[in-house]
Design a protein around this ligand. Structure first.
Ligand code: SF4
Length: 263
């Protein structure tokens, strides 16, 4: 039977052995159109208030059960791929199925985390945070710390919140999920185009440190482009620059409870 919802498992540098779960339609559905997006341009960028109602079919449970019994060393069941998963009204229904299936099975070591990728643009909505907070690990995007960098890097829909509001919602989410893990993911890139000032600029990195200090996540993950980007003019920062950014963030944030690494 062809798979409807899952892909992998594959080895992820940040998550270990990870099984991907895609709960969106088979086209990209996103409130951002990031310059570096590895799944191509968002042809129709949607409002963060846009919703689809696509509940899990019975195949989801069956698919998960069939795969998980063969991967007793799985580290993460990871939601996200074709865009922003919280745009599906039924996110929590999928979560509940995955939670049940994971708990029904016997694991040789620690059971896999239920992990969610979000671009953070919908988190200002209370009911979205109420869904998202259930996941064991939330990987929330924050590439930009100024509105200028947000608009250039993530190219959000006009209805998307500004940086100030995004950060307030991340602080709320942090408080809503005290027993779960929150990671901030910052993708930093360079540009060949002299008219495009990339988010790899000192002002953005300094302000990111200020915002992360307010959010108090468990982890910060600095990374860069690893596949073909949506726009030809952006390219990855090198290992030295990643290391340098991590050093700057560690010094400015100065909080041992926040693990800051690059990938
Ligand atoms: S938020 Fe994710 S899926 Fe959406 S455009 Fe950006 S990188 Fe692509």
């Amino acid at each position: 039977m062809p798979r409807e919802y899952t892909y992998g498992p594959f080895n992820s540098r940040r998550l270990g052995v990870s099984l991907g779960v895609d709960i969106l339609p088979k086209y990209k559905l996103c409130s951002y159109n990031c310059v570096y997006c590895e799944i191509g341009p968002t042809y129709q960028v949607v409002s963060p208030e846009h919703r689809i109602k696509a509940p899990p079919s019975s195949n989801f449970r069956k698919e998960l059960k069939d795969i998980l019994k063969y991967v007793p060393h799985l580290d993460s069941i990871t939601f996200g791929y074709h865009g922003e998963p919280s745009l599906n009204e039924s996110l929590l229904d999928f979560y509940k199925v995955a939670y049940d299936v994971r708990n029904e099975l016997k694991w040789t070591g620690t059971p896999p985390l239920l992990t969610l990728f979000t671009n953070s643009s919908t988190l200002y909505i209370d009911e979205i945070r109420d869904r998202v907070k259930h996941f064991d690990l939330v990987l929330a995007k924050l590439d930009a710390a100024t509105d200028e960098d947000l608009n250039k890097t993530n190219r959000p829909h006009n209805d998307c919140p500004d940086i100030n509001r995004i950060v307030k919602s991340l602080v709320k989410l942090r408080n809503d999920m005290p027993d779960k893990k929150l990671a901030i993911q910052s993708l930093i890139s360079n540009s060949y185009n002299k008219n495009y000032y990339s988010n790899n600029n000192p002002k953005n990195i300094r302000h990111l440190a200020e915002l992360i200090t307010k959010i108090k996540p468990d982890m910060v993950q600095v990374y860069s482009i690893a596949r073909i980007p949506s726009e030809y003019f952006v390219y990855a920062i090198d290992e030295n620059r990643k290391r340098e950014i991590v050093k700057i963030l560690r010094e400015l944030i100065n909080n041992d409870n926040i693990e800051i690494n690059y990938y």
